[in-house]
Design a protein. Structure first.
Length: 195
């Protein structure tokens, strides 16, 4: 197994030279950071480039393993998440949690993909009953969410992605952890797999 620094160099080599992060950093800038051995910075910029530029599952796997070796657990989980999205597609939404007085969460939850709530996405069983689907939830830009009526951008990783293919921007879906609705999400983006 290669060390983290070799893995990061390999990830840089998978990018086209014209790839640019949203903040304007280029592949050339990343190569300069590699020479200066700014490893955490290299990982962060590579994640940013991967967020705006189409990259492969292999790219995310290299970053995930490098982050694991560098003991950057949240970065590792994010890179694994993004690799999953390359294979299965991306579902993004704005999620508004139900207020605690209306039966919503009493405690905050970690936003790093560990929560696996059920979702009413409009599917029905053969006899017409509501069918709930499970999807892991990643909160963008925040380490945690809730309790109370908080709103955030989220990404969803369905357990069965094929059941979610009918969704499109502006569709509304409902998050359940128990019987009452725990949150309402409006779909803002649905992207197909890129494999």
């Amino acid at each position: 197994m290669d060390d983290a620094f070799t893995l990061l160099r390999q990830a840089v080599d998978l990018l086209p030279e014209d790839a640019v992060a949203e903040n304007g950093q280029t592949v050339g800038d990343v190569r300069d950071d590699v020479r200066r051995q700014e490893w955490e910075m290299v990982l962060g910029v590579l994640e940013e480039i991967g967020d705006v530029h189409p990259v492969s599952v292999d790219f995310w796997a290299l970053l995930a393993e490098a982050a694991r070796q560098m003991m950057l657990d949240r970065s590792r989980r994010w890179c694994e998440w993004r690799g999953w999205e390359v294979q299965h597609g991306t579902v993004r939404a704005t999620l508004s949690l139900t207020d605690t007085e209306e039966g919503g969460r009493q405690t905050a939850f970690s936003g790093d993909g560990q929560l696996r709530p059920m979702w009413d996405i409009g599917n029905r069983t053969a006899d017409g009953e509501r069918e709930l689907s499970i999807a892991r939830l990643w909160v963008e830009f925040e380490p945690e969410l809730g309790p109370g009526a908080e709103t955030a951008y989220v990404r969803l990783a369905p357990l069965q992605p094929g059941q979610w293919q009918h969704l499109k921007p502006r569709d509304v879906i409902f998050m359940h952890e128990t019987q009452p609705v725990a949150g309402i999400a409006e779909i803002i983006e649905v992207l197909p797999p890129r494999v």
